[in-house]
Design a protein around this ligand. Structure first.
Ligand code: GDP
Length: 360
C-alpha cells in the first residue's frame, strides 16, 4: 500500500521518521512521502529523515503548547491551509492512503491531528487513517484526559484509527520513557510491514496480499489494532505448519498493539516469510482460527514474500472498538478528566475560611 505519512507533535514526528527510515532501509518503497509538523521547533530540529513544518509560530513562537491540546487544536485550525499547501507533491496520485501519526496524550499531536484529519478528508479521495499512540498507565492524568478527547474526535474524523498503547510493545520492567526507542522501532517494523505487505512483488502468486485487502479490513471504521509475532522457520514443512499456527496465536493473544483487544468486525492475517517455507494449509488453518477467535466473518488472509529465516504473522483487526481494553481506557480518561476538574475547583474552596477576612 503506497502511503503518505504526516506526523504531528513530538511522538508523531519521531514515529513518522522511524517508519520512513525502516521503509527505505528495507527497500519497500511503500512510504511515498513523509512530513513532520510541530509547534515546537527543537523537536523538529532533531529529525533528519523527514521534511518538517513549524506551525503556530505567531502564537507560541516555536516553543510548543505544553500539554494544552485545546491550544494544539486552535493552532492547527489557524495554520491548516499552510499545512495542506506543504503537502503538494508529498501526497501524490500514487498514494493509496494517508496516515496521520500522533501521540494522543500530549498537546500539538493530540489537539492537532483530529483537525488535520478532518481537513484532509475534504481534500483527498483516498482513505485518511490515524495512527494514534495512547499513553501508558503510569503516564499522568493530563495525558489520559488529553488522549480520551483526542481519541473520541479522531474516531469521528478518520476512516480508521490504528491504536498503539504505549504499555504494549516494551519489555517488562522498562519505564515508558526509557522504552520509547524500543516501542518506536517496533511500531516502525510492524506498521512498516503492514504498509509493505500490500506492495508485494508482482508474479509471486495469487495468495499474496494486496492494498485493497488492507483497505477493506479497515473499512469497518472505528478503531483498529495490529498484532505481530515471529519465530525461526524450519526446513521441515510439518514444523512450519505448526509455526504458522503458533505465531498467529501469539500475534493476536499476546502481540497486539492494544492488549486484550481480540474482538473485531474484520481481520487480515498476513504470513511473512520465504514463499517456499509458507505452508498453504497452515495459513488457511490459522485464518479459520482467527475467524473463530475474533467472531468476525470477514477474515482475509495472504502471504508476504520476504527474504528472512523467520516466519512472521501480522494480524490487523478492523472495527475493534468494542474491546474491553478500549472501554477501560476511555473510563480511565473520563476519571482523569473528572479528577482534573475537581482538582481545579478545590484550591479555591480550601482557602475559603470564614475565620479569616479578605484583605479587601
Ligand atoms: P506533543 O509534541 O505536544 O504532541 O506531545 P508528545 O508527542 O510528546 O505526546 C505525548 C504523548 O506521546 C505521551 O503519551 C508520551 O508518552 C508519548 N510519546 C512521546 N514521545 C514518544 C515516542 O517517541 N514514542 C512513543 N511511543 N510515545 C511517545
Amino acid at each position: 500500500m503506497k502511503v503518505a505519512l504526516i506526523g504531528v507533535g513530538q511522538a508523531g514526528g519521531k514515529v513518522t521518521e522511524r517508519l520512513a527510515r525502516f521503509d527505505a532501509n528495507m527497500g519497500f518503497e511503500a512510504v511515498q512521502g513523509a512530513l513532520a509538523i510541530n509547534s515546537a521547533k527543537p523537536d523538529l530540529q532533531s529529525l533528519e529523515f523527514v521534511d518538517t513544518q513549524l506551525i503556530g509560530a505567531d502564537r507560541v513562537n516555536g516553543h510548543g503548547v505544553g500539554g494544552d491540546n485545546e491550544l494544539g487544536t486552535e493552532i492547527m485550525q489557524s495554520d491548516v491551509q499552510q499545512v495542506l499547501g506543504g503537502l503538494d507533491g508529498r501526497v501524490s496520485s500514487r498514494s493509496e492512503a494517508i496516515f496521520v501519526v500522533a501521540g494522543l496524550g500530549g498537546g500539538t499531536g493530540s489537539g492537532g491531528a483530529p483537525v488535520l484529519v478532518h481537513h484532509l478528508q475534504q481534500v483527498y479521495d483516498v482513505p485518511v487513517y490515524a495512527l494514534g499512540i495512547l499513553p501508558g498507565r503510569n503516564e499522568g492524568a493530563l495525558y489520559q484526559a488529553n488522549a480520551g478527547r483526542s481519541l473520541k474526535t479522531l474516531a469521528r474524523e478518520a476512516d480508521s484509527t490504528l491504536l498503539i498503547d504505549n504499555d504494549s510493545w516494551h519489555e517488562q520492567g522498562e519505564s515508558v520513557e526509557g522504552a520509547f526507542e524500543t516501542i518506536n522501532g517496533k511500531i516502525a517494523q510492524r506498521v512498516g510491514l503492514l504498509f509493505a505487505s500490500g506492495e508485494a512483488v508482482d508474479g509471486v502468486g495469487e495468495s499474496v496480499v494486496d492494498s485493497s485487502e488492507v483497505i477493506n479490513t479497515l473499512r469497518a471504521g472505528g478503531i483498529s489494532v495490529l498484532g505481530y509475532a515471529s519465530e525461526l522457520a524450519s526446513e521441515d514443512s510439518a514444523t512450519n505448519l505448526q509455526t504458522v499456527m503458533s505465531v498467529s496465536r501469539q500475534a493476536l493473544l499476546t502481540g497486539t498493539s492494544m492488549p486484550d483487544a481480540t474482538e473485531a468486525d474484520s481481520a487480515l492475517l498476513v504470513i511473512a516469510g520465504q514463499p517456499d517455507l509458507i505452508p498453504r494449509k497452515g495459513v488457511e488453518k490459522a485464518r479459520r482460527w482467527l475467524e473463530d477467535e475474533t467472531g468476525s466473518m470477514q477474515v482475509r488472509g495472504g502471504d508476504f514474500p520476504l527474504d528472512s529465516d523467520r516466519l512472521g504473522a501480522l494480524v490487523l483487526l478492523g472495527g475493534a472498538e468494542r474491546s474491553d481494553r478500549v472501554d477501560e481506557f476511555m473510563e480511565r480518561a473520563r476519571e482523569a478528566k473528572h479528577a482534573e476538574e475537581t482538582e481545579r475547583a478545590d484550591p479555591a474552596e480550601e482557602l475559603t475560611d470564614d475565620r479569616l477576612e479578605n484583605l479587601f
